[in-house]
Design a protein around this ligand. Structure first.
Ligand code: HGY
Ligand code: MN
Ligand code: MN
Length: 412
């Protein structure tokens, strides 16, 4: 089969998608269910219907774009990723897997390939934790990893629930109906930028992911006394921000002292109230992200952080409420899919390397309900979650070509 990827069209579509953002280029900000997210969804649905594919959306906005196979009743082969982007992000995280997946399907159709099993592109809702504090909401609900009613009650910073926001965006229906039936997918493959430096440093074309790091998210509510910045002596203060700062440093030292270099921890959110220069912080809302490929080691770090938060609270006479938002096991990729990706790389003389993913992805949850694996393309300097995130059109086209080959072989 002579497969050809339309590199220029794919690059153009990625540019068009990147322009749908709540921040001026080259920055991409596209938080779930914002107006930019809804415009991006409409843009993609337009491309998918142009390609003659069947489109359906579930109650949380997961979008399924199906190329019906010769045997439509067989479990399908899935591929896909996300289009939501954190604030001040780049243009390739997630979108390469969505537009690359669409171009892989178009290229197979152009080559006259007829899938035996249907091939289905999935655009997952809310892979990023930005709005609701927990990432991969769409794939968690699809896989049953998140209880529908608990998911519907998740709140954003304005106190709006996931149910409020999805219904306002016209995604109606019950979240209870999102979970996919067993064996819905025969296999699932996600194309994604590596979000790390290894492929580029080792001059390797593609990464075949064998495992996905175990993510955890924590939220801290810290209440102090507040007061006038001039009037309250230092000895009498119960400063919520300084308690938060000390806890953030404990988070860092707990990760560094875990005994493994795969443990990482980041305090990425810290909202200080009232946020006035001459008013002692009385409340802080802080969020931290802790990950490791080793589950027990990660959980030991979580325990250490919780104990440290209690000690800081006592010493600084503030109250600290710690909430573990999610603490997921690592994802194990499936040998059958890994082999399909390895053969597809060989078929197109692309060098490849098996590797773990330090970033989490929707494939982490798809691996709970189907044999799954991921295909990484290099990104410049390993940079991601920044506006200077970059993957070359050649690397994107190569990843798309190998993805198309793997989808063809998996769909039989
Ligand atoms: O944070 C992550 O690993 C993913 O990019 N959401
Ligand atoms: Mn991301
Ligand atoms: Mn991503």
């Amino acid at each position: 089969m002579k497969l050809h990827i339309d590199k220029d069209r794919l690059a153009r579509e990625l540019d068009q998608l990147a322009s749908i953002s709540d921040a001026p280029a080259p920055v991409v900000t596209r938080v779930v269910f914002t107006e930019a997210d809804l415009r991006a969804r409409a843009f993609l649905k337009g491309l998918c219907s142009e390609a003659g594919l069947q489109i359906r959306e579930d109650a949380v906005g997961n979008t399924f774009v199906r190329w019906v196979g010769i045997e439509p009743k067989l479990p399908a082969v899935g591929t896909g990723s996300h289009i939501d982007a954190i604030p001040n992000a780049g243009r390739f995280d997630g979108t390469v897997g969505v537009l690359g997946g669409l171009e892989a399907i178009r290229a197979l159709a152009r080559a006259g390939f007829q899938p035996r099993r249907s091939i289905e592109l999935v655009i997952f809702t809310a892979e990023e934790p930005t709005r609701f504090g927990v990432g991969c909401l769409g794939s968690r609900l699809l896989s049953g990893a998140l209880d529908a009613s608990a998911g519907g009650r998740l709140k954003d910073r304005e106190g709006k629930t996931l149910d409020d926001v999805r219904l306002a965006a016209n995604f109606s229906g019950s979240l209870d109906h999102i979970r996919l039936p067993d064996k819905y997918y025969h296999a699932f493959v996600e194309l994604h930028i590596e979000q790390g430096p290894i492929l580029e440093q080792e001059h390797i074309d593609l990464g075949i992911v064998t495992a996905i790091a175990a993510p955890a998210g924590m939220r801290f509510w810290i209440e102090g006394e507040g007061g006038h910045a001039g009037a309250v002596p230092m000895a009498d203060r119960q400063d919520a921000f300084l308690a938060a700062a000390e806890i953030a440093l404990c988070i860092e030292s707990a990760a560094k002292a875990s005994g493994g270099s795969d443990t990482v921890a980041t305090t990425g959110v810290c909202d200080v109230f009232p946020g006035a220069m001459n008013s002692i912080p009385s409340q802080v809302r802080m969020e931290a992200d802790v990950r490791d490929i080793d589950l027990a080691r990660r959980d030991r770090v979580l325990d250490k952080i919780m104990a440290a938060a209690e000690q800081v609270a006592a010493r600084r006479r503030v109250s600290v409420t710690t909430e573990v938002l999610n603490a997921d096991p690592p994802g194990r990729c499936d040998p059958m899919v890994i082999t399909a990706l390895t053969c597809a790389c060989e078929a197109h003389r692309a060098s490849s390397k098996r590797m773990i993913s330090r970033a989490y992805h929707d494939s982490l949850f798809m691996s709970l309900i189907a044999p799954a694996a991921m295909l990484f393309i290099p990104c410049r300097g390993g940079v991601s979650h920044r506006p200077d995130e970059y993957a070359s059109p050649e690397a994107i086209a190569r990843g798309t070509l190998v993805l198309a080959e793997a989808l063809a072989s998996l769909s039989g």
